[in-house]
Design a protein around this ligand. Structure first.
Ligand code: ATP
Ligand code: LTN
Length: 331
């Protein structure tokens, strides 16, 4: 809590072009909290460098991710939107929390295992301690709820453990956060391999639908989506590809699986894939229009990030000072 308001915090890495997985699992849920909560939505550039980035691209994507936040309905007047590296308290608290995080805990994180397998030539210490920086992000703002996709549940649980450990060692210092994982859209799968999460850093661009893809591209990608040799549109354990397309269609249209099965009874996969593509493109069109407008005004985006960082720093400093006092630093 901050004052009398509950707090929401979430972040997205500027590590690639954002996907409909990021949109459905995270971004589109963020604006739900704008009215009642004190909200912090951060572009986590410090997390992004745990994997090698091309500097000019990282810089460009930082602006783009901020513009997408706004295009997805986050009004900068009502939400604190900022860039992680602009608020040094994240790095400071992260160091402190590293000393309250166990090596074994970090080694159990599945994202670390996946990413170190994928980047075997660069298993750096930042990749390993990534979840401690994420805990610092969350705990700095006395966050109550963290809206994320299911892949981040384990990291939020680690943040809870760190908060509890610290609170028990000293006294109540951090709010213990809850992950909020909306069932619909919590894990959108790759179109090329529906057993794998759709990820913005996937090299196969046909496996991923980007929020900014144009309508023809979106329809083409869904047409090529890997499915099975059956012909019926129904949700079943053995039908990962169709299940994924049904989830996506359901997210964009609000229809239940039963309604989707009835709508496509007696029709083929081709018809269904086209309908998914159209629903997706139509839902993204207003986001894309707003995004294009925003991106042409760099000064506006810079102003948003500057104001956001000032506001975030104010709250972050308060927590950081409290932490430093408790652990015995001279302040
Ligand atoms: P990267 O490929 O660089 O690891 P990513 O696509 O997994 O990136 P993140 O920046 O790590 O994206 O995630 C931002 C938010 O989007 C998180 O809350 C995450 O849980 C959510 N998210 C990412 N991919 C998906 C997905 N396929 N389905 C649902 N939610 C997702
Ligand atoms: N680790 C997250 C991004 C992230 C985040 C956060 C999400 C960094 N800090 C704090 C929620 C709260 C990811 O990879 N998606």
């Amino acid at each position: 809590m901050l004052g009398d308001k509950k707090v929401t915090f979430s972040g997205v890495q500027p590590s690639g072009n954002l996907t409909i997985g990021n949109y459905l699992g995270a971004l589109r849920n963020f604006s739900k909290y704008s009215e009642e909560f004190q909200t912090f939505y951060c572009v986590v550039d410090m997390h992004a460098i745990t994997v090698r980035q091309i500097p000019a691209e990282l810089r460009r994507r930082t602006y783009e991710t901020l513009a997408l936040y706004i295009a997805c309905g986050l009004d900068p007047e009502k939400n604190c939107l900022y860039v992680q590296s602009h608020v040094p308290a994240h790095a400071e608290l992260s160091w402190i929390l590293n000393c309250y995080t166990m090596f074994g805990e970090l080694g159990r994180m599945t994202q670390f295992k996946d990413k170190s397998a994928k980047h075997a030539d660069n298993i750096n210490a930042g990749l390993f301690t990534y979840p401690t920086l994420m805990a610092a992000d969350i705990l700095l703002y006395q966050t109550d709820v963290v809206p994320v996709g299911i892949d981040q549940k384990q990291h939020v649980e680690l943040a809870r453990n760190i908060a509890n450990r610290f609170n028990q060692a000293y006294s109540e210092t951090f709010t213990v956060p809850e992950p909020i994982i909306e069932k619909s859209g919590m894990k959108i799968m790759s179109l090329a391999d529906p057993t794998k999460k759709m990820s913005k850093s996937d090299e196969n661009t046909n496996a991923v639908v980007y929020i900014l893809d144009d309508k023809d591209t979106i329809i083409r990608k869904f047409k090529r989506a890997v499915t099975d040799s059956d012909t019926e549109i129904r949700y079943a354990e053995s039908k990962d590809g169709i299940n994924n397309l049904m989830s996506i269609y359901s997210c964009f249209t609000g229809k239940s699986f039963g309604e989707i099965e009835a709508e496509f009874a007696g029709r083929g996969y081709g018809d269904f894939k086209l309908a998914v593509g159209e629903a997706c493109a139509d839902a993204l069109a207003p986001v894309q229009a707003k995004y294009n407008e925003l991106l042409s005004d760099k000064a506006y985006l810079e102003n948003v990030m500057k104001n956001g960082a000032e506001q975030a720093s104010y709250f972050a400093r308060k927590t950081l000072t409290k932490v430093k006092k408790k652990i015995g630093f001279v302040i």
